[in-house]
Design a protein around this ligand. Structure first.
Ligand code: TRP
Length: 352
C-alpha cells in the first residue's frame, strides 16, 4: 500500500523540545527517507479553538509561529505539504458524519481527553467541541487516506478512536474506503512523552514547563539549571536517583555516545554517568551543564534558521494558502466517496 503520512499540532504556542523528540525528529527522518506518496503536516487551528473559543488572537498568531517552528526545525516545504485545518472545510463535513458513529460514553473514556479536562479545570462546562475533537482528528487523518501518523504517546487514544471509526464506517455502510492508519512512535521510550522541567507532568505549553525551540541560549540554560532533579541529592557525595530526575530523563531522550567525547570525556556513555550519580560523588551542576551543551547544539541551527524565516512571513502564508487549497481538493474526493458509500449522493441520477 502507498504510504501517506499526516500529522499535526495545535497552534496554541510555540513548539518545544517535547514536540521535537516526540514527533518532529521522526518527521525529519521520514522526510529524508522519502518513500511516501504524500506527507502532510496540519496546523490544527480548529482543534486549538475547541478550548480557546474566546482566544482567537492566540490561535491566529500561533499559526504562523508553528509554521516557522516547522520550517526552522528542518521540515522541507518541497517534500511536505503544511496546511491549515480550518481552510479545509471538508474536514468539518466529514466530522459531522463520523459523529454519528461514536457514543458520548466513548468520548468520555478517552484517556488523553480525560487528563486534559482535569488539567483545564473545565468542571461541568466542557465545550462539546472539545469532547468531540478526537472525532475531528479522525477526519483529519482519514480525509487524506493516511496510513502513518508520527506522534507522541499522548496521541495513541486518538489513533485508536480513528481506527474504531474506520471499522464502524465500513461495517455500517458496507464499503471499505479507508486504509487503516497506524501510529509511528519514537524508538526511545523517553522521547514518547517528555516530562516538563518541573518533573511534575509532561512538557506542555499550558503548564509552563517547556523549553521552546525558539528560546534564546541564556533562557535555555536558565531553565536547565532550574530543572527538577532528586530532592534528596543534597551534597555532591550523596547517592542520587536517576528515575524521575528530569536531567536524566532528558539525557535518555537526547544524549548520544558522541556527546560524551565532545562534552564529558571522563565517561564513555550514559550508563556510566548514571552509575556514578547513583553511587554518589557527582553533582547536579555537572550533569546540567552537560545537558545544556547537548540541547544548545540541537537548538542553535533551529534558532538561526528561524531568524531568517521571520523576514519571509508573506511567503509562508502564501505556501499555507496554496497547500490548504490542494488539501481541500483531496479531502473533497474522500467526502464524495463517503457519500457514495452512505448512499447520500442524492443527485446522482440527475443528468448533468
Ligand atoms: N491532537 C494533536 C495535538 O494535540 C493535533 C492534531 C490534530 C493531530 N489533528 C491531528 C495530530 C491529526 C496528528 C494527526 O497537537
Amino acid at each position: 500500500m502507498e504510504k501517506i503520512i499526516l500529522t499535526g499540532d495545535r497552534p496554541t504556542g510555540n513548539l518545544h523540545i517535547g514536540h521535537y523528540v516526540g514527533s518532529i525528529a521522526n518527521r525529519l527522518k521520514l522526510q529524508e527517507m522519502g518513500d511516501y506518496k504524500k506527507f502532510y503536516i496540519m496546523i490544527a487551528d480548529m482543534q486549538a479553538l475547541t478550548d480557546n473559543a474566546n482566544n482567537i488572537d492566540k490561535v491566529k498568531n500561533n499559526i504562523i509561529q508553528v509554521a516557522i517552528d516547522y520550517l526552522s526545525a528542518g521540515i522541507n516545504p518541497n517534500k511536505v505539504d503544511i496546511f491549515i485545518q480550518s481552510q479545509v472545510p471538508e474536514l468539518s463535513e466529514i466530522t459531522m458524519y463520523f459523529m454519528n458513529l461514536v457514543t458520548v460514553a466513548r468520548l468520555n473514556r478517552n484517556p488523553t481527553v480525560k487528563e486534559e479536562i482535569k488539567q483545564k479545570d473545565f468542571n461541568a462546562s466542557i465545550p462539546a467541541g472539545f469532547l468531540c475533537y478526537p472525532i475531528s482528528q479522525a477526519s483529519d487523518i482519514l480525509a487524506f487516506g493516511t496510513t502513518l501518523v508520527p506522534v507522541g504517546d499522548d496521541q495513541l487514544p486518538m489513533l485508536e478512536q480513528t481506527r474504531e471509526i474506520v471499522r464502524s464506517f465500513h461495517n455500517v455502510y458496507g464499503k471499505e474506503i479507508f486504509p487503516m492508519p497506524n501510529a509511528l512512535l519514537p524508538d526511545r521510550q523517553a522521547c514518547r512523552r517528555l516530562v516538563g522541567i518541573d518533573g511534575a507532568a509532561k512538557m506542555s505549553k499550558s503548564l509552563g514547563n517547556c523549553i521552546f525551540l525558539k528560546d534564546e541560549p541564556e533562557v535555555v540554560k536558565q531553565k536547565i539549571m532550574n530543572a527538577y532533579t532528586d530532592p534528596n541529592h543534597i551534597k555532591i557525595s550523596d547517592p542520587g536517583k536517576v528515575e524521575g530526575n528530569v536531567v536524566f530523563e532528558y539525557l535518555d531522550a537526547f544524549c548520544k555516545d558522541e556527546h560524551f567525547k565532545l562534552y564529558l570525556p571522563e565517561y564513555a556513555n550514559l550508563d556510566e554517568l548514571k552509575e556514578h550519580y547513583r553511587r554518589g560523588g557527582l553533582g547536579d551542576v555537572k550533569i546540567k551543564l552537560f545537558l545544556n551543551n547537548i540541547i544548545q547544539e540541537i537548538l542553535e541551527p533551529i534558532r538561526q534558521k528561524r531568524k531568517k524565516l521571520e523576514n519571509n512571513i508573506d511567503e509562508i502564508y502564501e505556501m499555507l494558502f496554496e497547500n490548504s487549497k490542494k488539501a481541500s481538493q483531496v479531502a473533497s474526493q474522500t467526502l464524495q466517496k463517503m457519500k457514495e458509500a452512505m448512499g447520500i449522493d442524492y443527485y446522482k441520477f440527475l443528468k448533468k
